[in-house]
Design a binder for this molecule. Structure first.
Ligand code: ADP
Length: 371
């Protein structure tokens, strides 16, 4: 919220404290209001919508600590500064743990209150600016998603449908040459549509919503399923697939479909960026209370300069249109987002010309979602 003058609410049962704060801070150009107890303070807070609240910790009735907690729940961005009795550092520390930004011990000098409040208001200004920036970015992202999903996907789907009608001969006879060319157009449009859908899935990925559907899952079973689906591709490329799991691994908390996509992308890359006679190996093991997955291949490898950017959206180590392997550069950024949504980490090790290993670590399953 942008205002000409910042607003400060002083909640203190001592009239002399409220008056002196008002005098000092009004002199600094701030609009000040006072409340004589916690209940009044919370009511004024809702009406006055201050940028900063000064709360006396020691008040009759509702305690300062309770007021602080309610303010924090109502608006964590509002700056809360507590006024403490002389020497009561431990209660100040306690207050900071509950959301207070700073404290001023009683009795305070005009300079002390003036400086502490100015610092708090500066923090408030910075937080508001960064929130506005984040909101702006989120708006751009949403516009982009809606642009891609409606303005690009819809005409692409329509064009594909029309081409299929022509290909099926339903719009009259076409020559074999035309049929071939239209078939090629159709194929390229389908690739574009698949790419826009992949991008939309990544853009709308919401880790909090995803976590609501988490259950106990077995990574070996998911890995096996992905391998079976990719076996025909591996056979076409002459690449051998193997799953190595010397001991059964603990389950993790997660969701089958997104984890299947993680394996699918990593194993798929291991096949695509490989040579005839190569292999892709998925190894499952446990270490330091974590369930680990290593997807390795002895394929073409990744040059060291590309490694830091390999998980960036649309990043490809070989971006040429004529690159031997076609792709969008979205696979690994999807993998990383999905792994992180499962509270996991992912790292890559690669030697150019020798092969690549992606190592993922997930926390072991525990009955409570936070554990
Ligand atoms: P895509 O495969 O669609 O290009 P990814 O995000 O899956 O996109 O991968 C990004 C880039 O990382 C790829 O273009 C490729 O250069 C490199 N890469 C990914 N996996 C491997 C791998 N197993 N071996 C060699 N290079 C890889």
């Amino acid at each position: 919220m942008v205002r000409d003058r910042a607003r400060v609410l002083v909640i203190d049962d001592e009239e002399v404290v409220r008056d002196s704060c008002a005098r000092i801070l009004t002199g600094d150009g701030v609009v000040v209001e006072g409340a004589e107890d916690g209940l009044q303070g919370l009511k004024r807070f809702r009406e006055f919508q201050p940028d900063l609240v000064l709360v006396d910790l020691k008040m009759p009735g509702k305690s300062g600590m309770e007021v602080l907690e309610e303010l924090e729940r109502a608006d964590p961005d509002v700056i809360k500064i507590v006024i403490t009795g002389y020497g009561s550092v431990s209660s100040a520390v306690d207050a900071m743990k509950r959301g207070a930004y700073d404290f001023v011990p009683k009795p305070f000098s005009p300079d002390e209150i003036s400086l502490t409040v100015a610092r708090g208001l500066e923090k408030r200004r910075l937080t508001s600016e960064s929130n506005a920036l984040r909101r702006g970015q989120e708006r751009i992202r949403r516009n982009m998603i809606s642009l891609v999903s409606h303005e690009l996907s819809a005409p692409l789907s329509a064009a594909i449908q029309h081409l299929e009608v022509i290909l099926a001969g339903m719009a009259g006879e076409i020559s074999p040459e035309s049929k071939e060319l239209i078939g090629l157009c159709n194929g390229r449009l389908r690739e574009m549509l698949a790419l826009t859908r992949t991008w939309i899935n990544l853009a709308v990925l919401d880790p909090i919503k995803m976590a609501e559907r988490f259950e106990k899952v077995d990574l070996a079973e998911i890995a096996r399923g992905s391998m079976e689906r990719l076996r025909p591709l591996a056979d076409r490329h002459g690449v051998d697939l193997k799953l190595v799991s010397p001991q059964p691994v603990s389950p993790i908390r997660g969701s089958q479909v997104p984890l299947g996509e993680v394996f699918h992308n990593l194993i798929g890359n291991g096949i695509k960026y490989n040579r005839e006679g190569g292999w892709v190996q998925v190894r499952l093991f446990e270490q330091d209370a974590q369930v680990c997955v290593a997807v390795s291949d002895n394929g073409v490898g990744i040059e060291e300069v590309h490694l830091p950017r390999i998980f960036d959206e649309f990043y490809r180590a070989d971006p040429r249109r004529s690159a031997p392997v076609k792709g969008s550069g979205l696979g690994l950024s999807i993998v990383k987002s999905l792994v992180e949504a499962h509270r996991g980490t992912i790292h890559v090790h690669s030697r150019f010309g020798e092969g690549t290993t992606f190592e993922i670590r997930f926390p072991r399953f525990s009955p409570s979602p936070g554990g």
